[in-house]
Design a protein around this ligand. Sequence first.
Ligand code: ARG
Length: 262
Amino acid sequence: MCPPEYFTVEYSINPWMDPTQPTNTDLAMAQWTALKDAYEAAGHQVEVIEPQPGLPDMVFAANSGTVVDGRVLGSRFRAEQRAAEADHFRRWFLDNGYRHVVMPERTNEAEGDFAWTGTLLLAGTGFRTDPSAHAEAQEVLGVPVVSLHLIDPRYYHLDVALVVLDDQSPTPLVAYYPDAFSEGSQRVLRRLFPNAIIATAADAACLGINAVSDGRHVFLPIEATDLATQVKAHGFEPVLVDISELRKSGGGPKCCTMELRG
Ligand code: ARG
């Protein structure tokens, strides 16, 4: 995670971002700290990278690397304004003992568009990550990749349209909002995950699907009441967090969290 020390909305690269609206960096920091505290209270170790002035979106750590079995595929941002974030994370990985770190040639916003199900890497495209980055991820990480097409600009990253709730069992459990995907991708999702939780429009509209699951707890925005009820019915414990300030930039709990697998 990266503290939102320099968080503001000073440019607009998604429909949530309105630079004319004020932001409150202290409130963003308090909300981010509460999310980190919630992870730690659930028994997770959180690594923190140093925030950098001039990179107001660096708090969205999920966009800067995809780690599967200790292999790291770094990121390459679509927007110029975020480009410099990638190298700070590359250096963090090298300084923290990761040996297999590859920086991509293709535009790739990491866990914003890549979701690991335990067996497959689901890969979004349409707004940020280039489709050719999907094949690159398959080669670098050595995992099968399934491409999914995003069609609604409000849901510009895969991680605001789909969340993996359980990546341990042979049949992974995911929740997703169908309308965020093209017809063909909806059919792919139905085939792969016939028992998925179908998120509501209200869940999607509060960025409620931008959740993090450890297989037991699901950390999600307080407004995502439908999704909280559904995950509870599946035996998970919802942990509700307030991310109202970070949502002004189009982010939620998952965007703030890069998962270090292995
Ligand atoms: N303002 C950031 C952007 O548009 C938000 C990124 C949210 N991250 C995510 N994983 N969806 O790039």
